[in-house]
Design a protein around this ligand. Structure first.
Ligand code: C2E
Ligand code: CA
Ligand code: CA
Length: 871
């Protein structure tokens, strides 16, 4: 049973009070009423209880209705107040309503009373609920991770949260304009004070846009200003709020300082990488020491945007350091500098001396706080420098000079940058040493007079320069191939030496015309040529070259004394670094391999038995994969992606499997690389895209609600000229199928092709596909960089998810990725979620979707269909 309504009745005539109450009970309402006549009683009642409704006569002997209303409003604003009067003029009725009464009734028309009371109570409850919701909303706003400010159409602030107070440093009362004194002193007028760049006129583009589309929001970047005058870059998302009470703009403000700083640092690092690239090309081109050093300084100054770059050489006798090359610095100023490696001298106390003695980079990120007492410090400060980094140039363990980089801002050299710059110094040192050596070479002594090719000695020297300095850090692939012309002695004996010479010259010409790097071709023995192959994808590529193109090229019949003779060649192959880390041992081992090949009567052999076995294995795998494609032995499994909030399947990823006859299901880890190495991935990848389209369409035909299917696309596929056209052709056959393309960040690492790739992805998105970055975090892209790519989704690599619950740093990485991705309006998918703990953590952090064994591994299509049906 419902509790009776508590009614406070202000009525001097008892019978009329009776009538009123009877009217209510007659309408089926349970009421419990207290009747009062005087002002004192009325106030006493209000003081001790809160009625559900107040019913009041309009004119009373010693008291009047409007005063009663004012009293009730003051103490119980939420309690509805209804006038019931015998005589009430229209004007007074309107006045009463204006003062806050919810209704008025005539005593002659009491049948309306019950419904009026019920409606008044109902509205009061609604109001109370709204007030409650509003206070909850304020709590929510206060706990939001970002600063939030809501202002009205005049720019006056209505709501601010604690984060906004903290971010801008104004007390809340000042921002809300409720503190008059502070208002004047802080000169705070409205929210444009915090964001001075926005127009003071509220009809800025931003506001106009926001006004135009309620429910939408726009994000803009501004410079924000704090209470203390400090400025910082901010992202401001404006959304219009239109209600019956007016128009507001809600504005979420994010401090971008850290993100900007991150982006700037990354931009610097990329710049230094570019310098490294440019220096390398100088090294290949330049054979003059002075030119090399000049170029290095110029590149560091122009491309690296360092204020100045100076190279100084060490005089081993006096330990003085003399500038020999520079850029971005006044030559007259350089004449005044005095540096030394001598720790005993004042001029040896600075960075230059430290770098030379410690044989390590020396940095000072704020010259103002230099305690070394080095005499040149003030001179450099006066020139406007604030940071300096000095790296020694070394040959082996012996420093011979320094590279000094100077910047006009403090903190210009982070640890990462110092690392890259040290690499740069190593490159300069290396080529300096090479040029030294070159100068000693008497070229003529190093060429083969018959063919004009380099001879063995020069060949060894060139390979020596080619081999990477640091073996462990290098992923470079280099193969040294030795070619032996079979039965050459027979030609010499049968047709004479002159004919033999012709044959050798011809072979040299054919080889030179064919090889990608003819500079690394040499004649190293009477009937032996050697060359180097670089950057191949797999050793099998070397084999294909020798067995295929090279064999037919060299085997093309030669005309000898009217007879066509066919030559055949054998090859011995040595691979860097496994078969030798220096040119001598590589060549020696290639020769050994060649001997073995000759003895075994094989066309080619690698130096190690293991490599021979591995290559044979790979070649067989390649053959079987060709057949797999032709005979359709590939199948797709599907792994669901689940929305972390609703727990529903909102996507899936197609994962390829190879159903090899007699073997069973083979994991992509065992064959994707080979498909890429052989280029087969292009065809297989298209099959995957076609099959996923077909499956999507077929599921739809079965009446299933199918989310998008994501397919993995290799960058080799995207680089194909006709990739987009072929995908579009597939799509045309299944116009309703919805796909997502998963690519890895590395696609965009190569600047030259990344534009093209970007355009292609944009085309596919125009055609309705979406794009996800796979394995995010394993590459090097910054999130800021991603903002400029045509992508929709970011998949956080499994390694982060696995590590997440083990350390707080890893957790912080994931949190950062999620929040920044959201700031860039990207969906975030966590890959490889295996535990409930990971899932809960991700949900808490606001991650959108998860994919992983916790929910399901990849399963065959029919199993996935059952999962879709069961929801
Ligand atoms: P990926 O794109 O990162 O795919 C996710 C891989 O992680 C899948 O392995 C999946 O089975 C596995 N995985 C999913 N959840 C979990 C989990 O909770 N724990 C663990 N430990 N693993 C999980 P799969 O199917 O073996 O595929 C391996 C890789 O092969 C893929 O990595 C992708 O790079 C490549 N791949 C698969 N299918 C294709 C394809 O059609 N085309 C291309 N180009 N590559 C493909
Ligand atoms: Ca993937
Ligand atoms: Ca992945």
């Amino acid at each position: 049973m419902k509790a009776p309504l508590n009614i406070l009745l202000l009525e001097d005539v008892a019978t009329e009070a009776e009538l009123i109450l009877r009217e209510l009970t007659r309408a089926g309402m349970a009421v419990s009423a207290v009747r009062v006549e005087t002002r004192a009683d009325f106030m006493a009642q209000l003081a001790c209880s809160t009625p559900d409704v107040i019913l009041s006569d309009f004119s009373l002997p010693h008291f009047d209705g409007l005063s009663a209303l004012a009293l009730a409003n003051a103490s119980h604003p939420a309690v509805p107040f209804i006038f019931i009067s015998g005589t009430i003029g229209e004007d007074t009725a309107i006045e009463a309503l204006k003062q806050g009464a919810v209704d008025y009734l005539l005593k002659t028309n009491l049948q309306r009373l019950a419904s009026a009371v019920l409606r008044a109570i109902d509205e009061a409850r609604g109001r109370a609920a709204r007030l409650h919701a509003e206070s909850r909303f304020r709590d929510l706003i206060d706990y939001a991770p970002h600063a939030i400010v809501v202002f009205d159409q005049h720019g006056c602030i209505e709501i601010v949260n604690a984060q906004a107070e903290a971010l801008f440093g104004y007390p809340r009362t000042v921002m809300l304009g409720t503190d008059g004194a502070m208002l004047a002193s802080a000169q705070f007028s409205h929210w444009h004070t915090m964001l001075p760049d926005t127009d003071t006129d509220t009809d800025t583009d931003a506001d106009a846009d926001a006004n135009a589309a309620p429910g939408s929001s726009i994000s803009l970047e501004f410079i924000a200003r704090c209470c203390d005058g400090r400025q910082f870059p901010a992202e401001v998302s404006l959304s219009p709020l239109h209600t019956a009470e007016g128009r507001w703009t809600s504005c979420v403000i994010r401090d971008l300082s850290e993100r900007k700083a991150q982006e700037e640092r990354l931009a610097r690092m990329i710049r230094i990488r570019t310098i490294l690239g440019s220096i390398n090309s100088v090294i290949l081109r330049v054979h003059d020491k002075q030119l090399l050093l000049d170029e290095a300084c110029r590149i560091a100054h122009e491309q690296g945007q360092f204020t100045s770059a100076i190279i100084g050489l060490l005089d081993p006798a006096t330990l003085a350091v003399r500038p020999v090359a520079w850029a971005g610095v006044d030559a007259a100023f350089l004449k005044t500098v005095d540096f030394s490696a001598d720790g005993e001298l004042p001029s040896g106390q600075g960075l230059v001396g430290c770098a030379l003695r410690s044989k390590q980079g020396a940095v000072n990120n704020d010259l103002r706080n230099d305690g070394s007492g080095a005499p040149m410090r003030n001179a450099f400060l006066q020139q406007g420098y604030r940071s300096a980094f000095v790296v020694p140039l070394m040959i082996g363990q012996q420093p011979f000079g320094v590279l000094a980089l100077l910047a006009s801002e403090p903190d210009a050299f982070s640890d990462d940058e110092q690392h890259l710059l040290a690499e740069l110094a190593a490159d300069i040192s290396f080529s300096h040493a090479v040029i030294d050596k070159e100068e000693r070479i008497n070229y003529l002594a190093y060429f083969d007079a018959l063919t004009g090719l380099p001879n063995r000695v020069l060949f060894l020297d060139r390979i020596g320069q080619l081999l990477p300095y640091d073996v462990s850090a290098s992923a470079e692939r280099i193969a040294l191939v030795l070619i032996d012309v079979e039965r050459f002695r027979h030609i010499n004996e049968t047709y004479g030496r002159a004919a033999g010479d012709d044959v050798l010259r011809l072979l040299a010409r054919r080889l030179r015309g064919y090889l990608p790097d003819p500079g690394y071709l040499a004649r190293i023995g009477a009937d032996m040529f050697a060359f180097v192959l670089k950057d191949y994808r797999s050793e099998t590529e070397v084999v294909h070259l020798i067995e295929g193109e090279l064999a037919s090229l060299l085997g093309e019949p030669l005309q000898m004394g009217g007879k066509a003779i066919r030559l055949s060649v054998r090859a011995g192959i040595a691979l860097f670094p496994n078969d030798g880390r220096d040119s001598d041992s590589l060549l020696r081992n290639a020769e050994a391999a060649m001997k073995d090949a000759r003895a075994a009567k094989l066309r080619y052999l690698f130096y190690t038995a293991e490599m021979n076995a591995r290559t044979a294995e790979k070649l067989s795998l390649e053959n079987r994969l060709h057949r797999a494609l032709a005979e359709q032995q590939f199948v797709l499994h599907y792994q669901p992606k689940v929305d972390l909030r609703s727990g529903r399947i909102v996507g899936m990823e197609a994962l390829i499997r190879w159903q090899e006859p007699g073997v069973g299901l083979v994991s992509p880890f065992q064959f994707i690389q080979v498909l890429e190495d052989t280029g087969l991935i292009v065809e297989v990848g298209l099959w995957v895209i076609a099959e996923a389209h077909r499956q999507h369409a077929s599921w739809q035909m079965q009446g299933l609600q199918v989310p998008r299917i994501a397919v993995n696309v290799s960058q080799l596929q995207i680089r194909e000229k006709d990739f987009v056209a072929r995908v579009m052709a597939i799509q045309a056959q299944h116009p309703c199928a919805q796909l997502e393309i998963e690519i890895t960040e590395s696609l965009f690492m190569d600047d030259a092709s990344s534009h093209l790739a970007r355009d292609k992805l944009a085309l596919l998105r125009d055609a309705g596909m979406t794009v996800a970055i796979d394995d995010f975090g394993t590459g090097y892209s910054s999130l800021g960089y991603l903002a400029r790519l045509p992508i929709d989704t970011l998949k956080i690599d499994r390694s982060f998810i696995t590590a997440m619950t083990t350390s707080s740093e890893n957790l912080a990485i994931v949190v950062t990725i999620i929040s920044l991705a959201h700031a860039l309006k990207l969906h975030v998918v966590a890959e490889g979620v295996e535990t409930v703990a990971q899932r809960d953590q991700l949900t808490l952090m606001g991650c959108d979707q998860m994919q992983g064994f916790l929910f399901s591994p990849g399963v065959p299509a029919d199993a996935l269909a059952r999962m879709l049906e069961s929801v």
